[in-house]
Design a protein around this ligand. Structure first.
Ligand SMILES: *[C@@H]1O[C@H](CO)[C@@H](O)[C@H](O)[C@H]1NC(C)=O
Length: 96
């Protein structure tokens, strides 16, 4: 579990711990993390990429997306937003 791992690292003396948690807000872990970085794409791009990744139909992909908090809402809760609508190179640039 995430909490145990974080605790172990904290006891070891780590002062910076990076968590990669897709459902950070849904699991309410965001209360304990700072800063929060959200990788954002517009809803249309999100849908297209999910369908390509999973080979799923539009309705199926939409219901998976709708089961999560929207990226627009996540973006509003973030400290840092990285826009991933264009290429992977552009993403790397923003990350740097
Ligand atoms: C960013 O978008 C690319 C597709 O261009 C995708 O492969 C990658 O997983 C995305 N990165 C993140 C962190 O969401």
């Amino acid at each position: 579990m995430v909490c145990m791992e974080v605790l172990k690292l904290w006891i070891k003396g780590c002062s910076i711990i990076v968590l990669d948690v897709p459902l950070l807000f849904e699991a309410k872990i965001d209360k304990w993390t700072k800063p929060i970085v959200v990788i954002w794409v517009d809803p249309e791009t999100e849908l297209q990429r999910l369908m390509t990744r999973d080979g799923s139909m539009e309705e199926e992909a939409k219901s998976r997306i709708n089961a999560q908090m929207s990226l627009d809402l996540k973006r509003s809760k973030a400290d840092i937003v990285i826009d991933n609508t264009s290429s992977l190179e552009a993403l790397h640039g923003q990350f740097q």
